[in-house]
Design a binder for this molecule. Structure first.
Ligand code: SAT
Ligand code: MN
Length: 605
């Protein structure tokens, strides 16, 4: 579509201003068609930016290799530029919005020279749904366009829904590498150096400005930037929730279904949990979403969740037939792989794919790579290598996944990677206590963000620390207050889970994956009023016989998994009181300090 055909005056003006500033060679408004996807794919293959994979083994699949400096979200270059620093809070990077816009305007000036400006109208949520939000991303990356095709609903139908004066979130994106006359990318991934990367959010004006990175959440602006950072601010103002949560449907052998939403930090297995194949006979798990949930109250007083996305941007390493059968089926076709390894027969490979590679590979940096049984060489696939794949292709997708009204949530899960202390599962005493549990989530850091030390425990409340567009203390308050919109019996129950416990000699205590269905079954039964629980100082826990123990877990290990580790929890209390809660200053709801005191008292009894 041509720019002049656009009906929406404000949108047209916004694009024209961007064209003047960024000076692209061409402007192209995306229609979202299959032909468009194919044309851009072919263009990138020709330019040497993409490799077409084996048409028999992986039809419609592409492989991209990014610049080694551009492989994950960059949290220290991510900014919440609210008018005051206090509004952004102590856990977000803040720059004064006027100053930041000045800096970035200078960077944007002429940044698309030699390139095409793509205009991507996209909908988060089914097009036309009352809960969907529309965004328009301007980008100079064709890679971003085809990823957005999969991750969101894109194109003319979105412009139609927007009409002449509909509301949209304006999103600027540039890889930050203008081309001189006659210059080309020459087959290398374009991006700007770290100190020039900016992933910026202006919460009051609901704008997103991203510069310098082409990877994942830095560049696919519908995901973390719109659906979490900006949407969390909208949700606070409008009385709903925008959360970093998977959504799954679980059905018992009698055919009764419930929906569960779960928050875990990036690369902690949300995708695996959302697509889980239960190991307990007769139970079924289906997928509604794997990363983000928007939740609103229905007229019946219950919380309903939609998945605003249309695809999965999943971590490749560790994904295998065994760990995630449904993901492996989903990515058989029409999938974009980024930074995985390439086999001789033009297929993909990564660490933990479930089989050894044949012959030599080309690793994610483009170099020859020989498999070493002792694993002494650097990984062939980058630890944060990803697949972008359509949700509709997932064998476990629930038929209601695009229901514009969402699905009613019975339980929330909070979890992270914790080798010690945190039990396999814990139920909150009530809503407020559940908010307390959410506020103290910690996890060992993964490779999903570039600038954090992998393996260290960091507190990541509600798994939202990198994704909340305002002060986290106010976010806790919002969670406390939202309960007043309904009656306690209508609210989801809240659980703390930990699949990642280890023995002192570093062995997993719990098999995880499909066996996590055993924990989900107990949660289902609790929500159904039948499951047993015992009260402890940290919350309600299943008695030993309430969870079907997998054959691979000894009775002794089960006891460790379900025991209150008093010493460990007292250390938690100490760490929360000294290092975690004080960060939020007087924005931290006092109720949470009270619950911390109460828990400590209980533990010392
Ligand atoms: O790069 S993303 O932010 O989309 C992935 C993640 O960190 O969860
Ligand atoms: Mn995520």
């Amino acid at each position: 579509m041509e720019l002049k055909e656009l009906k929406h005056k404000k949108l047209k003006k916004w694009i024209e201003d961007a064209v003047e500033l960024m000076q692209p060679d061409n402007v192209y408004v995306c229609d979202g068609s299959k032909t468009e996807y194919e044309r851009l794919s072919e263009q990138m293959v020709k330019e040497g930016l993409a490799i077409r994979l084996n048409a028999q083994k992986r039809p419609g699949c592409l492989l991209f290799r990014s610049d080694p400096s551009d492989v994950a979200r960059v949290e220290n270059r991510t900014f919440i530029a609210s008018r005051t620093q206090d509004a952004a809070g102590p856990t977000n990077n803040w720059i004064d919005p006027v100053e930041l816009k000045q800096t970035m305007t200078d960077l944007y000036r002429g940044c698309m020279r030699g390139r095409t400006m793509y205009v991507i109208p996209f909908s988060m949520g089914p097009v036309g749904s009352p809960i969907a939000k529309i965004g328009v991303e301007i980008t100079d990356s064709a890679y971003v366009v085809i990823n957005m095709h999969i991750m969101t609903r894109v194109g003319t139908r979105v412009l139609d829904a927007l009409g002449g004066d509909g509301e949209f979130v304006p999103c600027y994106h540039s890889v930050g590498k203008p081309l001189k006359k006659g210059e080309s990318d020459n087959g290398t991934w374009p991006c700007a150096p770290l100190e020039k990367k900016y992933i910026s959010h202006f919460p009051e004006t609901r704008e997103i400005w991203s510069y310098g990175s082409g990877y994942g959440g830095n560049a696919l602006l519908g995901k973390k930037c719109l659906a979490l950072r900006i949407a969390s601010v909208m949700a606070r103002d409008e009385g709903w929730l925008a959360e970093h949560m998977l959504i799954l449907k679980i059905t018992n052998p009698q055919g009764k279904a419930k929906y569960i939403a779960g928050a875990f930090p990036s690369a902690c297995g949300k995708t695996n949990l959302a697509m889980l194949v239960p190991t307990i006979p007769g139970w079924k798990v289906e997928t509604v979403g794997d990363d983000i949930a928007w939740l609103k109250f229905g007229s019946d007083g219950r919380l309903y969740a939609i998945n605003p996305e249309a695809g999965f941007f999943g971590v490749a390493p560790g994904t295998s037939e065994e760990s995630n059968y449904n993901a492996m089926k989903t990515i058989e076709k029409n999938t974009i792989f980024t930074n995985v390894a390439l086999t001789k027969d033009m297929d993909v490979w990564w660490e933990g794919i479930g089989y050894e590679p044949e012959g030599t590979l080309i690793d994610w940096t483009g170099k020859e790579w020989v498999y070493d049984k002792n694993k002494n060489n650097a990984p062939a696939a980058h630890p944060n290598s990803r697949f972008t794949t359509p949700a509709s292709q997932c064998p476990s997708i629930a038929h209601e996944w695009e229901d514009p009204n969402g699905v009613p949530i019975s339980a929330f899960l909070f979890g992270g990677r914790r080798a010690h202390t945190i039990p396999l599962v814990l139920e909150s005493k009530n809503w407020l206590h559940g908010v307390f549990l959410g506020s103290i989530v910690g996890s060992e850091v993964t490779a999903a963000a570039l600038d954090l030390k992998v393996g260290q425990v960091r507190r990541d409340p509600f798994a939202m620390l990198p994704f909340c567009g305002y002060h986290m203390g106010d976010y806790f308050k919002h969670w406390i207050h939202i309960a007043r919109k309904t009656t306690p019996d209508k609210l989801p129950k809240i659980y703390f889970v930990n699949w990642f416990r280890k023995t002192d000699d570093d062995k997993w205590l719990w098999p995880g994956y499909g066996d996590n269905s055993r924990v989900l079954k107990w949660i289902f039964e609790r929500c159904d009023g039948s499951g047993k629980a015992v009260e402890t100082p940290i919350g309600n826990m299943p008695p030993l016989d309430a969870i079907d123990r997998p054959a691979s877990v000894s009775a002794q290990d089960m006891e460790i998994l379900l025991k209150v580790d008093t010493e460990g929890w007292l250390q938690e209390v100490d760490d929360i009181r000294r290092n975690h809660y004080p960060k939020f200053g007087d924005h931290l709801p006092k109720e949470l300090y009270e619950l911390l005191d109460e828990m400590e008292k209980g533990l010392r009894k």
